[in-house]
Structure formats: structure tokens, C-alpha cells
Design a protein around this ligand. Structure first.
Ligand code: PLP
Length: 394
């Protein structure tokens, strides 16, 4: 284990991982270069033989991307990090680098749409058995993990219904079955939940979301032990090429500097909006992890230090009411992105969760009245007024 850094997260978000050149720049340098040169052929030979550390090619490593990786590792309290082009590249690479034909994967059913596709459709094409369970049902986890398993994938809080998975209990069951646990921690961010504390082996992020947080670039991150990153992940990463652009890494480094402020303010807005929606006559239910009426509020409070920036709610009037409300928004945008400074709403049944089909949606509780709202940095009173006027059209 690397030593736990003495400094606090707000400081790490700004200073961790900095590589300063001999030009003494204050802001992080953008090394927008695909390759690196060697002083002589002998040096190139020594570098490729792993005898001398030296940047080679930005598909393998890049100094700007390395700054972001070191910063994220320090924030997460993880030994090592590799950044990827997108969040999906992070999920895909962290699973495919490890899995082989004949392996078995157990996943929570409530997953981001593309993560669900990887488990349900892609892995079986490679002869990997995949099993879905209700992530909130510990008996179902125990049953699914009663036989040898290679990997577990879960998301908590989940998209879009904000189900909470008991990280400690599932990690214990998974480890007893021989499995590595991959946690997609996008909704919580490293500021509100540290899955490794509860036993997770690999933590993945879409850096597109709160880390950039301003809707500009795509990115992903994989955090794990140094040994796993070096021995299992890096050969796959280096040879299959899901590397992050140095430009995107530079934008995300800047995003991290304000992430603590943004996530705190957006979470505060989200809580107020969830409370407003819960009392509205056209709303059947308002889901937010720390609200007393969330079915797993206790568990959420035990593993998270805040409820996060996302609210899910159900309109009594179903799809028609949801569409009428969304079409009447003046401030809130209609977008499947999340974690942005701009508030964004999506109707999962017809967008992000359309492809999983009506049966799977029913199992997840994603009715046609469900709307997911990613709460931004606007004034909460303006957002509540926008919701109120839009709901009067619903
Ligand atoms: C957005 C998201 C992803 C995928 O990330 P991309 O950067 O869009 O590839 C994966 N999981 C969750 C929970 C997400 O919200």
C-alpha cells in the first residue's frame, strides 16, 4: 500500500500528481504529443527492454494523463489508476483484461445501459457466463455467488433508480466465491463514497460526468492495486488502445480543481428538489438516497457521506405527463448526460434504458413515468420554479 496522504481531499483535488517542467509553469502542462524521442538508438532499446523509464508513446502513457491518474489515485486512496478514453472503455477494459472463456460474472441488474449490454450481450459472445441479480437482495447475491465466480460488477447508487447495494456484504460474498469486485462509482463520485473501504477491488468512473462536470470532454478511470494494474490491466490497455487523449486529461485536471465545490452545491440543490417533488400532487414518488422515504436510506447513509447530485421521480401521469413536463422546461435541459453544472433531465424508458426492453425495465422499476434529473449548479429556487411551472403542464 502507498502511504495514505496526509493532506485532505480538497487539497489533493488541486495539487496531487503535478509534474512541473523546468519552465516552472503554475497550471498543469498539456503534453499534446502522440510520441516521444530518444537521444540515441541504444536508449530506445533500453526503454523498450524496460531498463530505463522514459515516455514512449501516448497510447501507453502520457505525462498529462499521468498527472490525472496520480491525482485520482490520491483522491480515491487507491494504489494505482489508469485513465481511459471514456467511462465505457474503463468498464470494458477492466473486465475484458481479466476474463476468459469459461469464467462466470455476476452483476447487479440495475446498471448503466451500456454496462448492462456488456454483461448481457458481449461477455456471453466470448463464452463467459453472466448472471444478473437484484442488487438490493442479499439472498440473491449469496445464491448467485455460491459457486466459483471470476468477477462481480455493480453500481451504487444505481442508474436511474438510485438503488443502494450493500458494498461490504457483497464484497465479502464475492471474495468467498473467488471473484474480484468492480464498482462503478459514477453516481457517488470519490467525494461521497470510497468503495475500496468496503472491499471493492476495482473502482471505475466515467470522468465525463462530475470530474469534467462542465459537459466538455469524455473520459474514464480505473483504480485498483498497483499489482493488478501492472500485471493484468496494463498489458491489455497498452495493446488494445483505450487511452485517454492528453487534451481531455488536461480539461479533467481543471475540472477536478472545482469538483468538491460543485458536488457539494449540486447535492444540496438535489436534496431540496427531491423534497419539493415529494410533496407535489402530480408526483407518485421522489427518490433520493438520503431521504427518509428511500427504501435503503440507512444503508445509503452508512456507505455514503451525501446523497449525490441525482434525483429520480415518478409522474402519476406516466409517459405523457413526463414528456409534457420535459417539453415545458425553461431552464432544465433534456439530455442523457449527468453530473453537469447544467441541470439535465432524461426519460430512461425511451432513452438510456430503451434497449433493455419492457420486461427488464419492469424488473428495475423503470416505469414510463420515471424521470431522472441530474441537478446542476443553478439557483435551487429557479430550478424548483422551473419544475413547478413545467409540472403544471403535465
Ligand atoms: C456515463 C456512465 C458510464 C459511461 O461513461 P461514458 O464516459 O459515457 O463512456 C458508465 N456508468 C455510469 C454509471 C455512467 O453514468
Amino acid at each position: 500500500m502507498t502511504e495514505t496522504p496526509k493532506r485532505r481531499t480538497a487539497t489533493s483535488l488541486i495539487h496531487a500528481g503535478r509534474i512541473r517542467t523546468n519552465l516552472h509553469e503554475n497550471a498543469e502542462a498539456l503534453f499534446l504529443t502522440s510520441g516521444f524521442v530518444y537521444d540515441n538508438a541504444e536508449l530506445a532499446e533500453a526503454v523498450f527492454a524496460n531498463q530505463v523509464p522514459h515516455y514512449q508513446y501516448s497510447r501507453f502513457a502520457n505525462p498529462t494523463v499521468n498527472m490525472l491518474e496520480a491525482r485520482l489515485a490520491e483522491i480515491e486512496g487507491a494504489e494505482a489508476c489508469r485513465c481511459t478514453a471514456t467511462g465505457m472503455a474503463a468498464v470494458h477494459a477492466s473486465m475484458l483484461c481479466q476474463l476468459k472463456a469459461g469464467d462466470r460474472v455476476v452483476a447487479a441488474r440495475a446498471l448503466f445501459g451500456s454496462c448492462h449490454w456488456i454483461v448481457s450481450t458481449l461477455l456471453p459472445q466470448y463464452g463467459i457466463e453472466s448472471v444478473f441479480v437484484d442488487g438490493t437482495d442479499l439472498a440473491a447475491w449469496a445464491d448467485a455467488l455460491s459457486q466459483k465466480t471470476a468477477m462481480v460488477l455493480l453500481e451504487t447508487p444505481s442508474n436511474p433508480m438510485l438503488d443502494i447495494v450493500d458494498l461490504r456484504a457483497v464484497c465479502d460474498l464475492a471474495h468467498a466465491a473467488g471473484a474480484l469486485v468492480v464498482v462503478d462509482n459514477v453516481f457517488a463520485t470519490p467525494l461521497l463514497q470510497r468503495p475500496q473501504k468496503f472491499g471493492a477491488d476495482i473502482v471505475v468512473y466515467s470522468a465525463t460526468k462530475h470530474m469534467d462536470g462542465q459537459g466538455r470532454v469524455l473520459g474514464g478511470a480505473v483504480l485498483a492495486s498497483q499489482k493488478w494494474i501492472d500485471e493484468v490491466f496494463q498489458p491489455f490497455f497498452r495493446n488494445t488502445g483505450p487511452a485517454m487523449s492528453p487534451f481531455n486529461a488536461w480539461v479533467i485536471l481543471k475540472g477536478l480543481e472545482t469538483m468538491a465545490l460543485r458536488v457539494a452545491a449540486q447535492s444540496e440543490n438535489a436534496e431540496k428538489i427531491a423534497d419539493f417533488l415529494a410533496g407535489h400532487p402530480k408526483i407518485a414518488r421522489s427518490l433520493y438516497p438520503t431521504r427518509p422515504d428511500h427504501p435503503q436510506q440507512k444503508l445509503a447513509m452508512a456507505q455514503m457521506s451525501g446523497g449525490g447530485t441525482i434525483v429520480a421521480f415518478e409522474l402519476k401521469g406516466g409517459k405523457d405527463a413526463a414528456f409534457a413536463m420535459m417539453n415545458a422546461f425553461q431552464i432544465i435541459g433534456i439530455s442523457n448526460n449527468l453530473g453537469d453544472t447544467k441541470s439535465l433531465a432524461t426519460h430512461p424508458a425511451t432513452t438510456t434504458h430503451m434497449r433493455i426492453g419492457p420486461e427488464e425495465r419492469a424488473k428495475l422499476g423503470i416505469t414510463d413515468g420515471i424521470v431522472r434529473l441530474s441537478v446542476g449548479l443553478e439557483d435551487s429556487l429557479d430550478l424548483i420554479e422551473d419544475l413547478a411551472q413545467a409540472l403544471s403542464s403535465a
